[in-house]
Design a protein. Sequence first.
Length: 555
Amino acid sequence: MKLRDYQQEAAERTFAAWDKGLSALVVMATGTGKTVLFAYLILIMLQRNKGKRALVVAHREELIWQAVRTIKKVTGLEPAVEMAELQYGSAMFKPQVVVTTIQTLSARDGPRKRMGRFDPKDFCLLIIDEVHRGVSKTYKEMLHYFKSNNPDIKILGVTGTPDRQDKRGLIEILDECVFEYGVLDAIKDGWLVDIDQQSVLINSLDLSEVKTVAGDFNQAELAEIMERSENMFAVADATMRVIGDKPFILFAPSVRHAQLVSDILNGRKPNCTAWVCGKTNKDERREINRKFANGELQGLCNYGTHVEGYDNPKIEVVVMARPTKSRIVASQSIGRGTRPLPGVVDGLETAEERRAAIAASAKAKLTVLDFVGNCGRHKLVTPADILGEAADPRVVERVKRKAREGKPVNVLDEIAAFTQEEKERKKQEEQRRQRQLAALRVKARFSMQSVDPFDLLQVSPSRKHSSKDWNKTLSFAQRRLLLRQGINPDTMTYSQAKALIDELFRRWKGNLATLGQLKVLKRFGYDNPELSKADASSILEQLAKNGWRRLPVTK
């Protein structure tokens, strides 16, 4: 199988870390093929380690079956599933790839935990999917079990969202982040669709008093506010205005919200959507997912079921009816709609070709609809925060401000425009500085005295060029400083100019006579550069009172 260029780089860096005896972390945005990557790594590792096995651990059933399908497609192997009543094999039959959940491994199995069924020495590779969850006690116990009984096992964690809400670093369980590929990179490279952000102001929405728990809104308090009828109808009405005939997925803050908003939408447009939650019967959920994927349903309202492990490239609108402060929740939810339609970018070699193909396809962009009101001290996470992570914070705020005006705002376009504006601003600022410098030169040319500043200050640097001078130039501030003192820096070496600057600063710190004072005093026969500024002022006052004639010499 041929990997994409960034997947190939991630694989190479992972092998390099393993060769050094390190466990590895790979961060790749949702929709860029993390599962394909680790399926490829499984294939190579099993080829290199005959008779060994690979273990994939996730935390949700959706991720388990997604991994099974992809591993089978990439490797040709039939993974076994260890979950609930499903068991991966027996002493006589041990499949090469096992996919399981962390809950399964941590479950009690008689006197021991279920992971005790696995002999760590059988495995050459352990992969943790969505590893941002991996600092919990259960994951640590699982890692300790496999590593302590098999120090040679290779470990890889993959995630699209490495930052955790509780701020605990993955360094607790993994040695090195070997590769990162964000959503902005993937959009620019033409692997994901571009994103428009559109915000709707709901005047009745007041989140200012909602508490924060583990980095996000308290879910019970958030649900109570979002379930108020005026807020639900505002969400539903805005959704209807934006979606048109486009497939959409709506993320709700509660089961009741998902159900009632779905009912309101179906009242506006009969049978356009359905709702699901974690307690929805599995067969019913599969049937709803099938209808949505086949276009029998235009939309899907969900609470807590489709944030991870759900792929439907047809989604063109993501409705964030669950305001969030969490980058993880926001990026995972948005990621459900960033994939291009199947076949659009396949086989295209360049980013330009892929972006052009996406732009010409039936799904040229993803629209993310979010809702704002009175947030008080809270800072909601939006597409602007995720896509503008490496951008100037000012452009992020500008995108948010424009999005609140009710029209779609393209984050990448705004970043590009802001970058160009900043480039032009800096160019104009440099031109202004050059004009100032030129004016200073002219002013200095007419104000310069015939007095040599080195003689005046009794500074005697070498008149020869130092070898270090050739590669050094004065800064704009240094040149301006000398010019304002009536000294032309173009007539001296870097070392000479630097010596004068150092002397000027020494004089300022020591409250010694200024260069201007010394110039005047020099004409009247005073040649003491160590005069204090106060003494120099006193002499100049006496000269002024004497009609600027030499003072009589006192005996």
